[in-house]
Design a protein around this ligand. Structure first.
Ligand code: ATP
Ligand code: MG
Length: 493
């Protein structure tokens, strides 16, 4: 079979980083080529070179055997190369049909032929097996359906190659199933796909081949059928990870966090207790009201009735600052928006929450601060040449690591983690679990919302299951089985 695409010796440099170093591999029609690697390995950068958003400093790209001599986002689109990012690029106020044909409108004379666009968009959607009217405004669609619109848009321009960069990180389980069904369809039509993900189980589900990247270099490309999870993990982390979940059970102490009968817009009568020395998981499907509850507990959003206590003291409503001073912290789900100051450096971001701890009496102990930041950068393998690098130049997952470092360094005792390892590479995941284990050993209490069932089962002493805004079950972590959690999670839907 003829190659659809080939990277030959691609190099890309940013100040102080070799983001891509002599990268070569290829793509066949009808193949799902999964690309995995640590945060900052260069995956997104390579795809941005392909899309023409970045210009390579070395090497060439061949499309169907012919070198792409000039590239730009417009040119790559015309060549049939389409990107589907996690952050979608649709216009919310426009209909599905208008979005699909944005930039290449169907015209009747001088005017946009809305009817024709709607008919064609309906046909595309029907073709993909999606039941939604193309006149619906995009703002009224869920994230999953919006992604389908992006794919429909790609197909409307006869895409030969579609790139998915972490497409599933904010999708519900059923939306993921839907996406995989469509990917299967595209495969049969001969579309070649690059698929980037940190959810390694996905690779075995939809992948044809896998490429591992590390430090900007190509490490291996292999048929999925010749790979197993252990080899994939070793390839990514560059080392063996014997036990991903290092959690050991500790003696639970006094109740540090108590949530009593909390009711608000998306949750009803939620009560939870977390003791010192405990990691308590909160499981449930996306949309079960978990994030909303946690935001209210920490005071970002309001609630109608109920109370929250830290260490027996009542936490005032609506004040994250006060909650923070009482020893509580929240690692938010949407970290780019809520957790990180993009114009500040890694160092500045990391120490924001722990300034008082490191600088008693307000004196800046820069040397001490730097040692601490360096320690966390090493432990989480934060990919950056220096701690002075600005957050906005970091890869997506590396930004998340900085936010996590910031909270792990704070002097909090009650930690609420909302999807702590989403988008994080497998090596750093195991370090984050180790740090969580150390925290509870020192007497902290951790409440962890996660959609990753393995993580919940591997790390929790106890598990609350939420569904439809309520707690529908509480399970002891030592006797739990996957099916129990799943049965409860689906109970109210
Ligand atoms: N515009 C930029 N300026 C400076 N450095 C950059 C820029 N874009 C990316 N980098 C650096 O290039 C390297 C590769 O980043 P890239 O975003 O490709 O990683 P990634 O493999 O996609 O990681 P993740 O899994 O976290 O998304 C990182 O060290 C990153 O900090
Ligand atoms: Mg990336």
């Amino acid at each position: 079979m003829e190659k659809l695409l080939e990277f030959r010796g691609i190099g890309k440099y940013f100040p102080g980083v070799k983001a891509l170093d002599d990268v070569s591999f290829d793509l066949y029609p009808g193949e799902v080529h999964v690309i995995v690697g640590e945060n900052g390995a260069g995956k997104s950068t390579l795809m941005k070179v392909l899309s023409g958003a970045y210009t390579a400093d070395a090497g060439e790209i061949l499309l169907e055997g012919k070198p792409i001599t000039r590239n730009s986002p417009r040119i790559s689109e015309e060549l049939g190369i389409r990107m589907i990012y996690q952050e979608l690029n649709l216009v919310p106020e426009l209909s599905i049909a208008s979005n699909v044909f944005l930039g290449h409108e169907l015209k009747k004379g001088f005017f946009v032929d809305k009817r024709a666009q709607e008919a064609k968009a309906d046909e595309l959607l029907r073709d993909m097996g999606i039941q939604v009217d193309s006149r619906t405004l995009v703002k009224n669609l869920g994230v999953g359906t919006q992604q389908m619109v992006e794919i429909a848009k790609a197909l409307s321009k006869n895409a030969k190659i579609i790139v998915f960069d972490e497409p599933t990180s904010s999708l519900t389980d059923s939306e993921i199933r839907e996406l995989f069904r469509i990917i299967e369809l595209l495969k049969q039509r001969g579309v070649g796909m690059f698929y980037i993900s940190h959810r390694l189980e996905e690779l075995f589900e939809i992948g044809s081949r896998v490429t591992v990247m590390r430090d900007g270099k190509h490490i291996l490309t292999e048929d999925i059928k010749n790979m197993d999870m252990t080899r994939v993990i070793e390839g990514i982390a560059g080392r063996k990870i014997e036990n991903l979940y290092p959690h050991t059970r500790k003696e639970a102490g006094e109740a540090l966090l108590e949530i009593r009968g909390l009711s608000g817009e998306r949750f009803e009568d939620v009560s939870m207790t977390v003791h010192a020395g405990e990691i308590v998981g909160v499981s449930g499907l996306v949309g079960a009201g978990r994030t909303e509850t946690m935001r209210a507990v920490f005071g970002i959003d309001s609630y109608r009735t109920g109370e929250v206590f830290v260490d027996g003291k009542k936490v005032p409503k609506n004040s994250p600052e006060k909650a923070g001073r009482m020893g509580m912290c929240l690692l938010p789900e949407d970290r780019k928006v809520e957790g990180l100051a993009l114009p500040l450096s890694i160092r500045e971001n990391s120490v924001i929450s722990s300034l008082k701890l490191l600088n008693p009496g307000g004196i800046v102990k820069r040397a001490q601060e730097k040692t601490k930041v360096q320690e966390y950068m090493d432990r989480l393998s934060i990919a950056a040449s220096t701690m002075e690098k600005l957050a906005r130049f970091l890869s997506g997952g590396t930004q998340q690591k900085v936010v996590i470092a910031k909270w792990l360094m704070s002097k909090s005792r009650v930690f609420i983690f909302d999807e702590p390892t989403r988008g994080i590479d497998v090596g750093a995941k195991s370090s984050i679990y180790e740090l969580m284990d150390e925290l509870v050993l020192q007497g902290a209490a951790i409440l962890m919302v996660s959609s990753d069932l393995q993580e919940i089962l591997g790390m929790s002493d106890r598990i609350y299951v939420m569904s439809g805004g309520s707690v529908v079950g509480e399970i002891d972590g030592s006797e739990v089985e996957q099916s129990m959690v799943l049965n409860l999670a689906f109970s109210n839907v």
